[in-house]
Design a protein around this ligand. Structure first.
Ligand SMILES: [Zn+2]
Length: 88
């Protein structure tokens, strides 16, 4: 009889459960804030301010995809893109 280590430790299970509980509290719109905060009354809840930043990795990806445009949907649909950090 072979005894194997369990694939999931108690710690793993506890961390996955904690992550699930955390994610369940988040607003479903994708803003990254807690649902209780984003849907709280305006008079008593926290205030929010939006600002814009550019993800330069995403920008590099978009520029590379634009430069590599093709009219062949098979080629376009089968490309796998990745963005590497190539220096500071
Ligand atoms: Zn939201």
């Amino acid at each position: 009889m072979t005894t194997r280590e369990p694939e999931w430790t108690e710690q793993d299970r506890a961390e996955v459960l904690a992550l699930a509980l955390y994610r369940r509290e988040l607003c479903p719109c994708g803003c990254g804030h807690r649902y209780a905060d984003t849907t709280s009354p305006e008079a008593t809840g926290p205030r929010f301010a939006a600002e814009r930043v550019v993800c330069r990795a995403r920008l590099a990806l978009m520029e590379a995809q634009q430069a590599a445009e093709t009219s062949d949907p098979a080629i376009a649909g089968s490309r796998l893109w990745l963005v590497r950090m190539v220096g500071r």
